[in-house]
Structure formats: C-alpha cells, structure tokens
Design a binder for this molecule. Structure first.
Ligand code: 3PG
Ligand code: MG
Length: 406
C-alpha cells in the first residue's frame, strides 16, 4: 500500500477543509443517472462534518475548455449531494476561486458544507498552474483528496494544491488504494486477470504489466478476436485489429516466456448482425463462418473461465467479455460475473473490478455490489493496471514524506 496520510489522523476541527471530489457523474436532462460516485464520497463528507470541519467540496465536471460553460455547471449536483449526506444543506459558490468563493466559504460554520463551481472553468486547473492552486489554497487550511478516479490527472486541484496545504487521503481514496493493492500487489494466489473490451491497442501497456503480475490471464471481448486472428484463426467479419497481429503474437510469446496461463476463447457466439435478439449460433473458434461476427464468448469458454475462477484466490477484472449492451450478447459476461460474485460471497475469492464499461456490465448482471470491490474509476483504474504512478497518489505520498521530515 502506498504510504500516505489519512483523514483519521488529521485534526480538522473548526478548520476549512478543501475536499477534492470526483463529481464527474453521468447527467441527462439535468438529472444524475448514476449516483455511485456521490454515494461513495458521502462517508468522507459525513466524517468531516462529524469532526466539526467546514467542508468545501471541489470537483471537475465534463470537459469545458477552461472557461465557464453552463452545460458543465455543478449546480445540478447540489441536490443529489445534499441527499447523499442525509439531507444536510449544501451551499453553492458560482465560482471556485476569488471573491464569490471566499464569501461562501467565509459564511461556513463547523459542520457545514459548500460546493464550488466546476474547477475546469479555469484553465489553470488542467494546466496544473501554481497561481490557480494558490487561489484555491487561500480558501482552506487543509486538503483532503478523495478523487481516486481523477488521480491520473496532474491537475492543479490534485497535484499543485496537495503540495501547498497539509494533505491527506479521504476514505474513498483509501478504500480504492487498499483494494487495488490487495488485489494486485499483495494478492493471495493464484491471481487471475480477466480482461475484455474492444481493442488490444488501447490495452497493450495493461496487458504487458499484468503478464508480469498475474498467474492466469483470461481474455474476452473483441480484443480476443485480434489474438485469435494473430494465431491464425479466421474471425470472419468480427471486430478485429488486423494491423496488430505481430504485437498480439509478441504478447502471447511474452506470456509463454513468463510461464503465465493464457485463456483465450475456445468457442464463440456468432451472428450476422449486432442487433438485439439477433439469431445466434455457437461455434468453435476454428469454425467461425466468414460472413459472421463473434459477439460473445461461448459456453465452453464460460465454463473454462469458471474453472479458473474456482482455482483463483484473487481476481482483477476490466472489460466486458462480449457486446454486453446488446442482448443476448451479454450472456457470457453475466455468467462470469455471477460466478465471481458467488465465489466472493462464499469467501473463496477476493474480486476487484473497475473501468467504466465493466461497472455498467456488472450492474447489468445484477452483481454491482457483490464483488469485494468495484472501483469508481475508469481511466485511473486502467492506468493503475498499467503500473503507472498516478499523480494524485504521488502527491499524497509526497505529503507523507514532507510530514515525516517536519
Ligand atoms: C473520469 O470520469 O474518468 C474522471 O473524472 C476523469 O475525467 P477526465 O477523463 O475528463 O479527466
Ligand atoms: Mg475519462
């Protein structure tokens, strides 16, 4: 586990606490369609309230281009945030720095909560500008980072600011790092990585890093088509990165060299069109018709992954195993998700999953909260699986080192 200061050890009574959150949640017509990130942030806010802090929540939302844009206002988040913290009032500041922010923050009493407008309305945020960080720092006395899902961004509220004030990780940050460390750095073995999704090209670094870490690597989704093609199989009209054949062969050779077990699909669900309720057939991977598309793993592959799960003691999962948004091509993903949930419930498996599509797939399978840990992070989870240092985590570790020197 990275060494960083935590909220528990921090004295925040009567203090203005700048809390970096990730309220970058899906919103449609002004309503939050998935409140997971808000709900997972709530315990940190509640803990701060209970400790008598003045809580100043800051976040980015969407990708406005460094200037105010009403489409990306955080105002619609006030009500969902209020609900998530048991109905306590949340005051909104229409700017995250300057006089307006100071006025709102200045009016807070211990145990009260403010939400600042979108950090990305200022270009200094994404530029990691020291001036912008100083303007934020003026608002608070201590800094708490609870935005693991934005930790891969070296932005001012994540990097520069953490170096200006006494800093600590919030409870969600702590839980994310504890879960990922338990699964990937100090796992009970065998450790199985289950990787799906559309493209090998976007997950090359991740696959290379995982080959160094795991005992078994199981691959599904359209990216498996590229690996099958690289081994000389016909994949018909399936989604497949034909120009990645050589790279795919190198990956498989690397896995063999390191004595890793690689599970590729042995059978597949094929159809001539990716439409809901399409007529499907299950075929062996060496018998994919030239006019068909592979859209899911077949039942033999599901069983094989199931056996690997039975043997495994830890699981890291990223990416759906088929075109899960379009039934019946969700069946493979759902079956594997249920199996992982059963083993987790029985105490036989530590299971950690993350990445945008993965979380949606697990929710669709009805097991969204039945794995050991489902990360709130998309890109940050992937970068962690690539073995990269996340700027948000690095800044907290630097704060720890600085504290130790004092
Ligand atoms: C996310 O949703 O992945 C994070 O909030 C980061 O957002 P970004 O990709 O716009 O930086
Ligand atoms: Mg993203």
């Amino acid at each position: 586990m990275p060494n960083f200061p935590t909220l528990n050890a921090m004295d925040v009574r009567d203090k203005r606490v700048l809390l970096r959150a990730d309220l970058n949640v899906p919103v449609k017509d002004g309503f939050v369609t998935d409140a997971t990130r808000i709900e997972r942030l709530a315990p940190t806010i509640t803990a701060l309230i209970d400790k008598g802090a003045k809580v100043i929540v800051m976040s980015h939302f969407g990708r406005p281009k460094g200037k105010p844009d009403p489409d990306f206002s955080l105002q619609p988040l006030v009500e969902p945030l209020r609900k998530a913290i048991g109905g306590r009032e949340v005051v909104f500041a229409t700017d995250c720095i300057g006089e307006e922010a100071k006025r709102v923050v200045g009016g807070l009493r211990p145990g009260q909560v403010a939400l600042l407008e979108n950090l990305r309305f200022h270009k200094g945020e994404e530029e990691n500008s020291p001036d912008f960080a100083r303007a934020l720092a003026e608002l608070g006395e201590v800094y708490v980072d609870d935005a693991f899902s934005a930790a891969h961004r070296a932005h001012a509220s994540i990097d520069a600011l953490a170096r200006l004030l006494p800093a600590a990780a919030g409870k969600l940050m702590e839980a994310e790092l504890a879960a990922l460390t338990a699964a990937l750095d100090t796992p009970k073995r065998p450790l199985l990585a289950l990787i799906g999704g559309a493209k090998v090209s976007t997950k090359l670094e991740l696959l290379r890093f995982l080959i160094g870490k795991v005992d078994v690597l199981a691959i599904g989704g359209a990216m498996a088509n590229t690996l099958l093609m690289a081994e000389g199989r016909g994949v018909g009209r399936s989604l497949c990165e034909h120009d990645m054949a050589e790279t795919a062969r190198q990956l498989l050779a690397l896995a063999r060299e390191r004595n890793r077990r690689v599970i590729l699909p042995e059978d597949a669900v094929v159809a001539s069109e990716l439409v809901s309720g399409a007529a499907t057939r299950e075929v062996a991977v060496d018998a994919v018709p030239s006019d068909a598309m592979i859209l899911d793993i077949g039942s033999k592959t599901v069983a094989r992954i199931g056996m690997a799960l039975d043997e495994a003691r830890s699981l890291v999962w990223n990416g759906p195993l088929g075109a899960f948004e379009t039934p019946p091509f969700d069946r493979g993903t759902v079956a594997v998700a249920k199996k992982a949930a059963d083993l987790t419930r029985a105490g036989k498996l530590l299971s950690v999953a993350g990445g945008g599509d993965t979380v949606a797939a697990l929710a669709a399978a009805g097991v969204g909260d039945e794995l050991s840990y489902v990360s709130t992070a998309g890109g940050a989870f992937l970068e962690w699986l690539e073995g990269r240092e996340l700027p948000g985590v690095a800044a907290l570790m630097a704060a720890q080192a600085q504290g130790a020197r004092k």
